[in-house]
Design a protein around this ligand. Structure first.
Ligand SMILES: Cc1cc2nc3c(=O)[nH]c(=O)nc-3n(C[C@H](O)[C@H](O)[C@H](O)COP(=O)(O)OP(=O)(O)OC[C@H]3O[C@@H](n4cnc5c(N)ncnc54)[C@H](O)[C@@H]3O)c2cc1C
Length: 478
């Protein structure tokens, strides 16, 4: 088995851990949590006692104050003051009496549920930072999907009348299923999992080559005629694909650049890239669909500082609209081993952006200066000087679910089915799905099972966001 990884330094993709002078940080904090016993068992098998268990603490920071989420009545009143709290209750009640019928966008949907004032403070600015478009341009069904499991009436009631409670095991944690109370985390960050996995692959005789980019996938003649369901039937699928691979990692590993022949390929590179890299080219409709897929990109600015102030959260959400950072990670709270010196804090300020926009194009030292200014403006650090800073840009961090993406995916699926046997797509950008690690892994595990059993038992498109395989009956199997 060969694994070709374009990154010259790290395995793990978006789940890698970057190391800068002994400081370790994630591309966004990466919780390890899955409903799939198989995925959890894999993590345990690979890292065992190196997996820490963490009780989640993450709050909203707005206008200089911390808020638990779901909101707590006493805290909201204490932080907002009685006048603003009464106005918020008034705007909530007025929306209950006069809702927007059939809300079409996220703003209308959330305002219906929480009222305009709470929406403005606790949803609007953060959501717009994440997606880079006004909430009025985000479809209402996105909110319905992402704020899944939230009983809105109960949540609104909880916001105003529930007693303060800790998240773990409380009724509040049941209000929003997606608020995971505890999670696991590798001692040295998420990259530790994928580095250990790469070592297992090598120990089993596989080859993992970094700095090796696949540039083309060439179909053998006749592959298209044999296509069935877009994946291999092993007995027929001899040497269907040639992969062109290049990059500095090949020479370093003593390998020659050029093509390699495979009968089975699992691809986790972005779907938009895959579609335009297959030769002979796919149908024009599929190429147009791939070109229309959109992404949101992401920057982490890690600041190392000696601070007298510190916060206990794993991360905090920054809702103030005047601050461009959307979240701040406190890496030492994920694992103390993320910092080499416990006297120095490492905070990761996260900026959601588009490749080529002003944030993405800013020089590293300007980004570090911006992050330091914002940290000071927020009052989250004292006046202590920044010891060091580092910038990581992550293209294609979030596949965008816009109005048209589903139609584009369908065109691409159809084209891949006729592209030839032996090619399966998996993972987050590999399937253009808003997948966490467990979901991405589950698709890859099923792809491997298909190969081992020589038949397409599983359709990886049927794995849902909870890493459950949805049978055609609608039943989820773990
Ligand atoms: C900010 C943020 C926070 C997140 N938090 C969590 C979390 O808390 N918990 C969680 O479970 N998940 C989280 N995720 C999701 C998680 O990062 C992804 O689900 C996971 O990394 C997807 O893995 P993947 O292998 O599908 O794709 P990727 O991580 O995108 O990896 C794809 C790999 O393919 C390589 N590649 C691309 N093109 C080529 C090519 N042509 N040739 C060779 N190699 C190529 C890339 O270099 C990359 O290493 C988060 C994501 C983001 C952006």
């Amino acid at each position: 088995m060969d694994v070709w990884e374009a990154d010259p330094t790290y395995v793990g993709g978006i789940s890698r851990t970057v190391v800068h002078k002994g400081f370790r940080f994630d591309i966004g904090g990466h919780r390890f949590f899955s409903k799939s016993g198989e995925v959890e068992a894999f993590w345990t098998e690979i890292l065992g006692d190196d997996m820490l268990t963490r009780n989640r603490l993450s709050r909203i920071f707005y206008d200089g104050k911390f808020y638990n989420y779901p909101l707590e009545a006493s805290e909201v009143v204490r932080n907002l003051g009685k006048r603003e709290s009464l106005l918020s209750v008034g705007s909530y009640l007025s929306k209950k009496l006069f809702p927007v019928h059939q809300p079409a966008n996220l703003e209308e949907w959330v305002t219906n549920k929480f009222g305009a004032r709470l929406y403005a403070k606790f949803f609007k600015s953060y959501t717009e930072k994440v997606w880079g478009v006004p909430c009025r341009e985000i479809a209402a069904d996105w909110a319905a999907q992402r704020i899944k499991g939230l009983s809105l009436t109960r949540a609104a009631l909880a916001a105003f009348w529930s007693p303060p409670a800790t998240e773990a095991g409380s009724d509040r944690s049941k209000v929003i299923k997606s608020l995971i109370a505890s999670f696991r985390y590798p001692r040295l960050g998420p990259g530790m999992m994928w580095e250990a996995t790469a070592e297992h692959v090598r120990a089993l005789g596989g080859q993992v080559t970094l700095g090796a980019r696949v540039t083309q996938l060439i179909r053998e003649d006749g592959a298209a005629e044999e296509a069935t369901e877009g994946m291999a039937r092993g007995e027929k699928a001899a040497a269907c694909w040639q992969l062109e691979v290049e990059g500095p990692g090949l020479g370093a590993a003593g390998l020659a650049a050029g093509t390699r022949t495979y009968d089975q390929i699992i691809c986790s590179a972005p779907l938009s890239w895959l579609v335009r890299s297959i030769r002979p080219g796919l149908a024009a409709e599929a190429l147009a669909a791939a070109a229309a897929l959109k992404y949101r990109d992401f920057i982490t600015v890690a600041l190392m500082l000696r601070t007298s102030k510190d916060f206990p959260d794993h991360w905090i959400y920054i809702h103030d609209p005047g601050i461009r950072a959307g979240r701040i990670q406190n890496f030492a709270n994920w694992s103390p081993e993320m910092v080499p010196d416990s006297a120095i804090t490492c905070l990761g300020l996260e900026y959601f952006c588009f490749q080529g926009d002003d944030l993405w194009s800013m020089a590293d030292d300007e980004l570090i200066a911006l992050a330091a200014r914002e940290l000071e403006a927020l009052g989250l650090a004292g006046n202590e000087p920044i010891v060091d800073g580092a910038v990581v840009r992550q293209p294609k961090a979030y596949p965008v679910y816009d109005d048209t993406y589903k139609t584009h995916i369908q065109s691409i699926q159809a084209a891949l089915m006729s592209a030839g046997e032996g090619l399966q797509v998996v993972g987050r950008n590999g399937m253009h799905k808003y997948n966490n690690q467990d979901h991405s892994m589950m698709t890859a595990m099923l792809a491997v099972k298909n190969i081992l059993s020589n038949q397409p038992i599983y359709d990886t498109w049927k794995v849902n966001q909870d890493a459950e395989y949805i049978e055609t009956t609608g039943e989820a199997t773990p």
